[in-house]
Design a protein. Structure first.
Ligand SMILES: [Fe+2]
Ligand SMILES: [Fe+2]
Length: 322
């Protein structure tokens, strides 16, 4: 907590207009917010990438290399997987990589709108707003990079089902600030966990390793920004908003796990869609992968009071929380 009269010690660039921000001033939270953003801006200046020039897009696809580590492919270690040829498994990995990249672009487009809404009423000269703009610029490059990777791999893009596409239209227009940051973390942390296993993996295509490496480096800052903001929000937001965050975050986890891999990938590699979906659902390995991927996030959400009551039950029904 800031000693003396905290409101007077906050530089003019950091003062904002809402009553809740006055409360945050008093708690020293805006100062903390500015310091976090300053560090993130410094790190962005040092470690940001232009995928256009950083990656060799003209290099041919490598024979015998995976587009996604096999252990992270949804059907891995199921009876169906054991019946598939190596070629069919690699083909499924290529389609799942395209499906996950499509999901990533969907999230990033939603996130860009949430960030734009988040800064709309804030001081334009603050570090916090400047960092949000930096993150939006990162996400613009990421979405173009993912789209290019999909095209290069030769699999189609995989949109989420129409219902969820439209539900997200509502979410990105009306969600509250803590709800937005909780959804952001959900979109970022699980895919990030998978990408951390992908970029060092020598069995994987060089291009995919490059894409995931860039994403992991830049995404670490996004996760920090969203976590710090959500932590502050869960201290200062009114009770109804905190409760709404718990429920909406649990529902988002449910939608997330449903949309994670588009089942059309199974059809596109010549498998029976129903059978494949049923085997993925029954797979102990897959449950473990998804729960391990979510662990860092669920520990954090639990710590700041998001995983309680109905919200916690929704998380459990998503299969992402043991
Ligand atoms: Fe991104
Ligand atoms: Fe991000």
């Amino acid at each position: 907590m800031t000693p003396g009269n905290p409101a007077r010690e906050v530089p003019p660039a950091m003062t904002t207009v809402t009553e809740r921000d006055v409360l945050r001033d008093a708690l020293g939270l805006l100062k903390d917010r500015e310091q976090v953003a300053e560090r993130l801006l410094e790190s962005s200046a040092k470690h940001s990438f232009d995928p256009e020039t950083e990656l060799d897009w003209a290099a041919p696809i490598e024979e015998g290399k995976w587009f996604w580590p096999p252990e992270l492919v949804s059907l891995y270690d199921t009876p169906l997987w054991r019946k598939m040829s190596e070629e069919q498994r690699m083909d499924l990995a290529r389609h799942e990589a395209a499906s996950l990249a499509s999901l990533g672009i969907w999230f990033e487009i939603i996130l860009m709108q949430l960030l734009v809404r988040h800064i709309y009423d804030k001081s334009v000269t603050s570090n916090h707003v400047r960092y949000a703009l930096t993150e939006i610029a990162d996400e613009c490059r990421h979405s173009m990079m993912f789209a290019k990777m999909i095209q290069k791999g030769g699999a189609p893009s995989y949109p989420v089902p129409r219902l969820y596409h439209n539900l997200a239209r509502v979410l990105k227009t009306v969600s509250t600030t803590p709800g937005s940051f909780a959804a952001t973390l959900l979109g970022e942390e699980i895919l990030d966990w998978m990408q951390r296993l992908t970029f060092p993996d020598e069995r994987v295509q060089t291009l995919v390793r490059g894409v995931t490496r860039i994403h992991v480096v830049e995404e670490a800052r996004h996760v920090r920004y969203a976590r710090e903001e959500l932590r502050r929000q869960m201290v200062t937001a009114p009770a109804w908003e905190r409760e709404l965050t718990r429920v909406s975050c649990g529902e988002a986890a449910r939608v997330f796990s449903t949309c994670f891999v588009n089942p059309k990938v199974y059809e596109n590699v010549g498998l029976d869609r129903r059978e494949a979906v049923a085997q993925v659902r029954a797979s102990g390995h897959r449950t473990e992968v998804m729960q391990n991927g979510a662990k860092r996030l669920t520990d954090f959400l639990d710590d700041i009071g998001v995983l309680q009551g109905v919200g916690r039950r929704l998380w459990k029904s998503s299969g992402l929380l043991a």
